[in-house]
Design a protein around this ligand. Sequence first.
Ligand SMILES: *[C@@H]1O[C@H](CO)[C@@H](O)[C@H](O)[C@H]1NC(C)=O
Ligand SMILES: *[C@@H]1O[C@H](CO)[C@@H](O)[C@H](O)[C@H]1NC(C)=O
Ligand SMILES: *[C@@H]1O[C@H](CO)[C@@H](O)[C@H](O)[C@H]1NC(C)=O
Ligand SMILES: *[C@@H]1O[C@H](CO)[C@@H](O)[C@H](O)[C@H]1NC(C)=O
Ligand SMILES: *[C@@H]1O[C@H](CO)[C@@H](O)[C@H](O)[C@H]1NC(C)=O
Ligand SMILES: *[C@@H]1O[C@H](CO)[C@@H](O)[C@H](O)[C@H]1NC(C)=O
Length: 304
Amino acid sequence: MKASSSWLTLLGPRLLLYLLPLVLEITGFSSVDRGHSYPGSYKGVVGGNVSFHCPVDKTKNLDLLYFQKVGVNREQIFFNGYHSSKPLTPHPRTEMDHNNTIMHIYELTLSDSGEYECHYMYKDDMNDRRVNMVKIHLNVTALFSKPVITNNCNQANGIPLECDVKCEAHNGFPDKKIKWNELRNVSKEMWKILRNDEVPTRTELVNISSTASFNCSVGELKVSCSVDGITSDIISVCSSKASPDQSANPIIVIAAGVICGLVGIVIICVFKFKKRNTEAENTRANGHPEEVRVLNNLEATLGS
Ligand SMILES: *[C@@H]1O[C@H](CO)[C@@H](O)[C@H](O)[C@H]1NC(C)=O
Ligand SMILES: *[C@@H]1O[C@H](CO)[C@@H](O)[C@H](O)[C@H]1NC(C)=O
Ligand SMILES: *[C@@H]1O[C@H](CO)[C@@H](O)[C@H](O)[C@H]1NC(C)=O
Ligand SMILES: *[C@@H]1O[C@H](CO)[C@@H](O)[C@H](O)[C@H]1NC(C)=O
Ligand SMILES: *[C@@H]1O[C@H](CO)[C@@H](O)[C@H](O)[C@H]1NC(C)=O
Ligand SMILES: *[C@@H]1O[C@H](CO)[C@@H](O)[C@H](O)[C@H]1NC(C)=O
């Protein structure tokens, strides 16, 4: 404290005027260069497009107009447009519109986020050969997939005591908080969020999940979760009746019983009918052919 104040009196307040913007710039507190005060602040989503407008006076002719990106080390990266003298190769995925005051960037990626500048100069102003510059800020985000909700209950004799419900959403950016919706609005003491996780994926995007625990003493609950305004399916938690497969069982048993009974009756009927038919055929077969053969034999013996 003492050292810095003596340092300031030594150099005078004028230096402070020069240093202050620099300090603010470095620490990120400058209201001019950061936050929402950019003349152009754009939002885009991964895979989408964005169009930067350079706010030039359309009544004047332009000598040059180009867009460049400010790199991580504040280096200038040419994007597209007409540079003062040297023709530069445009950045891939970019295109200038017919009037050359708008630049489109296609198939946005997260790394397209950052600061850009539009540099332009008017042809007509012979007494003002300044290169004007406007700052542009681009924020590229990725929307999370529709959250998927899964339920895992701790049961005793088929009655749920406590359920851990997990909500997952994939491939978004930046990290978001998963919102839980308990639709019966029971006391907040009956459920708690156990943990929130964030897993970075290979493409700079993140997978997020949240696990909440529900006390089943309040009975059946309807629960969903949301991320980025997209809500999951609503699931039933702590369902007091048996689980869906078990509750479906009696119906299946009855249906199966009825079907088995019918099949059994049909089989018996077919069997009996066949038996009767074969018996009838047997009696018919047994009677006449033998008699014929006996008669033939008689004829043969008589004839010889
Ligand atoms: C981006 O631009 C291309 C070409 O104009 C178009 O086909 C595509 O539908 C656009 N995509 C989005 C997400 O706007
Ligand atoms: C070009 O500029 C003129 C005049 O400002 C405007 O009427 C026209 O729509 C612009 N064309 C395009 C493709 O932006
Ligand atoms: C970009 O937009 C997201 C979502 O609107 C926001 O959370 C984030 O802070 C923004 N980042 C910057 C650098 O402006
Ligand atoms: C939920 O309950 C709280 C207090 O228990 C109450 O303040 C709130 O208005 C209720 N919300 C709804 C949607 O019923
Ligand atoms: C993120 O989620 C996607 C989609 O389910 C999956 O394919 C990928 O393996 C996950 N990544 C990580 C790092 O867990
Ligand atoms: C659930 O709530 C009941 C009543 O408030 C309490 O007695 C019980 O200990 C709770 N169970 C768990 C697992 O927290």
